[in-house]
Design a protein around this ligand. Structure first.
Ligand code: ASP
Ligand code: MG
Length: 462
C-alpha cells in the first residue's frame, strides 16, 4: 500500500493512515507501506536547493530548516500517541534534518547543484515521512520498522532523477522484507533507491507509485494499492463534467493510454512492474476507504463499455509543416523528428495524411518556440515551405479497449462533435485502436468532452 503526499499531509492524516493499515492487518492481510513525503515537501526541498546554489545565502537554508523541523515535529506530536515514541522519532528526525542542513549549506558554498545532489536533497521528504508513519504504527501497537528504498533492496542504475531498478532488486526486496510480514508492517520510503555504490537516487517525480509497484512485484503480492486523494480513475475531469464517474475496472493498456493523456492519476512507468508480474493495481481514496476505487487488471473478461474515458490535454500547441517538396521525398519525416529530438522537444501526437503534403505535430506549449525555430533552421533550403503554429488548441482523447474492432465508434465520436458544431483540426488513431485523439480549438475542448461523455453514457453509475 502506497500513501501519497496528501494522504500523509500532516500528523493527523498520518495517524489515520496508521489506523487504516492496522485495520487491514487485523483482517488477516500482510502488508508493506510505502510513504510519500508530506505534501509539498519535495517541492520545497528542490526550491531551497536551487535558491541555495543560486544565491549562496545560508540564511535561506537556516529559515527553511527551521520551518521543516517545526512541521515534522508537529506531525510527530499529532501522529504518535505515546510520549516516549514521540521523543524517539523526533530525535531521529533531528539527526536527518541536521545532515540535510549540512548538505544545503555545502551547496551554498559550492554554488553548484549536480543531478546527484538534487536526488540526495529531494530524498529527505520521504526519509522524514517514514519514521513518522513507523512511529505512529508503533504507538497503536503495530510492530513496524522504517526502511529507505535502498535499505529495502531497491538498487537502481545511475540515472539520477529518473533511476530504474536493476534486476537484483527483486530478489533483495524479497529477502529483506518478506520475513518481516508475519509479525509487522514495514514502512518504506517511496520515490528513492540507491545505486550499486550506495548513493541515493530518485525514481522520478511522483515516483512513490513506482516504488509500491516494484515492492509489490518483488513480493508477489495479491494486489498493489495506491492510496490517493481521489476516488480512483475517473471517466473524465469532474471540473468539466460534474457527473464524471469512478471507473470500477480498467485494463493496464487502457490505464496507460489514459495516463499518457493527461489523467495524472497513474504514470505508465509506475504500473510497469505490476504489468510484468500480472499484479492488479488498485487506486483508492484515503479519505473514503469504504469506496472500492478503481482496479487496474490485465484483461477484462467481458467489456461492457466501448469507451471508458474522455480526457483533455491542455497547454499544448500544434505545428504544421507543409510543402510540395515533401511529397514522395524519402526522409522528410525522419529529418523533422530528429530535428525536434535534438532540440529537446517532446512530441505528443502526430498525423500525416496520405497526400504527404503536410505533417502535423502536437508538442508541449513550452516547447513550441524552440521546435519551430529548429525546423526552420533545418529546412532553410526548401523541401518544407511553411511552418505554422497554433497555441490555442487542446487534444481530446477517447479511450477504451472495447473500441478495437468495433465498427462505428469513430463515426459516433465525430458525428456527436459535428452535431455540437465542434470543429476537428487534426485526428490520430493508433492501430491498437484503444485511443482516438483529436485536436480542437481551446474554446471547443470543453464542449467536446461534455458531448462525448454523454454520447457514450459515461455519466451512468456502473
Ligand atoms: N515526493 C515525490 C514527489 O513529490 C514522490 C511522490 O510523491 O510520489 O514527486
Ligand atoms: Mg508528492
Amino acid at each position: 500500500m502506497k500513501f501519497g503526499g496528501t494522504s500523509v499531509g500532516d500528523g493527523k492524516r498520518i495517524k489515520h493512515v496508521a489506523q487504516l493499515a492496522k485495520e487491514y492487518r487485523e483482517k488477516g492481510n500482510e502488508l508493506v507501506l510505502v510513504t510519500s513525503a508530506l505534501s509539498g515537501v519535495t517541492d520545497a526541498l528542490l526550491k531551497c536547493a536551487r535558491d541555495a546554489s543560486e544565491t549562496g545565502k545560508t540564511s535561506i537554508v537556516k529559515e527553511f530548516i527551521a520551518d521543516l523541523t517545526k512541521q515534522h515535529h508537529q506531525a510527530a506530536h499529532d501522529a504518535i500517541e505515546v510520549n516516549g515514541i514521540v521523543e524517539k522519532v523526533s530525535n531521529e528526525l533531528d539527526l536527518r534534518i541536521e545532515e540535510l542542513e549540512k548538505a544545503l549549506i555545502g551547496i551554498c558554498y559550492l554554488g553548484e547543484l549536480t543531478v546527484r545532489s538534487i536526488d540526495y536533497i529531494s530524498s529527505y521528504g520521504e526519509r522524514l515521512a517514514a519514521p513518522l508513519l513507523c512511529g505512529s504504527l508503533n504507538s497503536i501497537g503495530v510492530r513496524s520498522k522504517a526502511f529507505t528504498g535502498g535499505e529495502a533492496g531497491i538498487i537502481t542504475n545511475d540515472e539520477y532523477g529518473n533511476a530504474k531498478p536493476v534486476e537484483i532488486t527483486y530478489s533483495l526486496v524479497k529477502e529483506r522484507l518478506e520475513p518481516l510480514l508475519k509479525n509487522g508492517v514495514p514502512v518504506v520510503t517511496g520515490f528513492i533507491g540507491e545505486n550499486e555504490a550506495g548513493i541515493i537516487t530518485t525514481l522520478g517525480r511522483g515516483g512513490s507509485d513506482f516504488t509500491a509497484s516494484i515492492l509489490g512485484a518483488a513480493l508477489g503480492s495479491d494486489e498493489i494499492w495506491l492510496w490517493k486523494e481521489v476516488h480512483g480513475i475517473l471517466t473524465t475531469d469532474p471540473k468539466i463534467v460534474p457527473e464524471a464517474q469512478t471507473i470500477p475496472v480498467i485494463s493496464y493498456i487502457e490505464a496507460m493510454e489514459l495516463s499518457y493523456f493527461g489523467a495524472k492519476v497513474l504514470h505508465p512507468r509506475a504500473i510497469e512492474p505490476a504489468i510484468k508480474h500480472g499484479i492488479p493495481v488498485r487506486v483508492k481514496n484515503t479519505f473514503h476507504p469504504e469506496s472500492p476505487g478503481t482496479i487496474v487488471v490485465k484483461e477484462q473478461k467481458t467489456i461492457k463499455d466501448i469507451v471508458k474515458a474522455v480526457t483533455v490535454i491542455k497547454n499544448v500547441a500544434l505545428i504544421n509543416v507543409s510543402g510540395a517538396g515533401m511529397v514522395g521525398t524519402i526522409g522528410v519525416a525522419a529529418r523533422v523528428f530528429t530535428t525536434l529530438a535534438n532540440a529537446g522537444v517532446n512530441i505528443i501526437m502526430i498525423s500525416q495524411g496520405s497526400s504527404e503534403a503536410n505533417i502535423s505535430i502536437v508538442v508541449d506549449e513550452s516547447h513550441l518556440d524552440k521546435a519551430v525555430k529548429a525546423i526552420k533552421v533545418e529546412f532553410r533550403n526548401g523541401t518544407i515551405k511553411e511552418v505554422t503554429a497554433d497555441r490555442n488548441i487542446c487534444v481530446v482523447a477517447v479511450v477504451g479497449a472495447g473500441m478495437a474492432n468495433t465498427p462505428g465508434v469513430a463515426g459516433r465520436v465525430f458525428g456527436a462533435l459535428g452535431k455540437a458544431h465542434v470543429n476537428v483540426i487534426m485526428i490520430s488513431q493508433g492501430s491498437s485502436q484503444h485511443n482516438i485523439s483529436f485536436v480542437v480549438s481551446e474554446d471547443g475542448a470543453k464542449k467536446a468532452v461534455q458531448v462525448l461523455h454523454k454520447e457514450f453514457g459515461l455519466e451512468k453509475v456502473r
